[in-house]
Design a protein around this ligand. Structure first.
Ligand code: SAM
Ligand code: MD0
Ligand code: SF4
Length: 331
């Protein structure tokens, strides 16, 4: 339990948003726990097919876009390149691809097993899956199971994740935690949530035992029902990152390159984040989720680019051994 009530969190978000003291306090907390180390995550979005119709997402089933499903060997090659570049973890992400659902995620489980042989931690982000699939991922050695509720307000959830079951999504990550995996929880900012909704989510994320917690500003997507919604003010996301750090000093909190590309890194780290996520190899044909192509082919989302920005802030990418030791303590 955080040592602030929902009301206190909510009023702090209302009054303290964008205040320098809030960010300074968050950075101080991060420094106390992590020193000058920042963790680095490689991102492999290996199938963009999806059976769902989330209103905020570019990859929703009804969006008429070009899709891919990368063959196993190519995914492994990309993961190896990422590992060589220095990332501490490979995040294997996919849409809720019907082909994978029909065969028990056989290839995905093999990919996890192979990447673990390289000695690098793995996160899986497959969406809602059966318990037997979670068992398989866990047995293959997946360290993390990521599944974002987006909001803990059920009414808002129903508007965002249309025709999906709120409780089933919660139960799924709970089961993954029981099976010994670490879990990542996440919310969206700028989708019609109130400060009270955010406060509720921040409390519930802690209650669920999430070792990693994230917030991402909603990015309107061409061809989706929310295409013409307003771009949310980024200060809200920064303030939420800082609140997360103050409430949960030991949490891993991403600064995602998937919202504003590499240009958005510094502000998020300044707000208290301690993990760079969505590092993608250039010219790999891979996409991001919220910013599907931004900075990717230009090489702007690489380890080297992100590391240079961190160094400029007096921070340093952690070694993978260091990262393993840290998450070992979370398990
Ligand atoms: N398909 C799986 C699922 O939805 O759980 C795995 C992909 S998941 C990692 C994709 C996440 O990206 C969503 O949970 C959401 O938080 C985020 N996202 C998707 N579209 C977005 C958008 N337009 N703006 C910001 N974040 C977005
Ligand atoms: C990211 N694009 O880290 C990824 C994604 C999935 N586990 C994470 C949203 O920003
Ligand atoms: Fe599919 Fe995930 Fe996008 Fe929803 S957020 S449409 S489940 S890829």
């Amino acid at each position: 339990m955080p040592d602030m009530t929902r009301e206190e969190i909510s009023s702090c978000l209302r009054d303290g948003a964008n205040s320098d003291e809030l960010f300074a306090a968050a950075r101080k907390k991060r420094e106390q726990v992590f020193g000058d180390r920042i963790f680095m995550y490689g991102f492999v979005y290996f199938s963009t097919w999806c059976r769902n119709n989330c209103n905020f997402c570019y990859f929703r089933k009804d969006n008429k876009i070009e899709r891919y499903r990368k063959p196993k060997d190519e995914v492994l090659e990309i993961a190896m390149d990422l590992a060589d570049s220095g990332v501490n973890l490979i995040d294997l992400t996919m849409g809720e691809d019907p082909v994978y659902h029909s065969d028990g995620f056989a290839d995905a489980v093999t990919i996890v097993r192979e990447i673990k042989k390289l000695g690098i931690p793995v996160m899986v982000s497959p969406g809602v899956v059966d318990e037997t699939v979670i068992d398989r991922f866990s047995e293959a050695g997946a360290d993390w199971f990521a599944l974002y509720q987006e909001t803990h307000n059920r009414e808002l959830f129903a508007k965002l994740r249309v025709c999906q079951d709120f409780d089933k999504r919660m139960e799924c990550k709970k089961y993954a935690r029981q099976r010994g995996m670490l879990i990542e929880e996440g919310i969206l900012a700028g989708v019609g949530e109130s400060e009270d909704d955010i406060a509720e989510s921040l409390v519930q994320m802690g209650d669920a035992g999430a070792g990693q917690i994230r917030v991402m500003s909603f990015v309107p997507q061409a061809g989706s029902p929310m295409e013409n919604a307003a771009e949310p003010d980024r200060n809200r996301e920064y303030a939420i990152i800082a609140m997360m750090r103050l409430l949960y000093p030991h949490a891993l909190i991403p600064a995602s390159l998937d919202v504003d590309g590499i240009a958005g890194l510094e502000k998020r780290v300044w707000a208290g984040a301690n993990v760079v996520t969505s590092i993608i190899p250039p010219r790999s044909g891979l996409m991001g989720v919220a910013q599907c192509t931004k900075d990717v082919d230009e090489g702007g989302r690489t380890f080297a680019e992100a590391a240079a920005i961190l160094e400029g802030m007096g921070l340093h990418p952690a070694s993978t051994e260091d990262y393993k030791e840290y998450i070992g303590g979370l398990k």
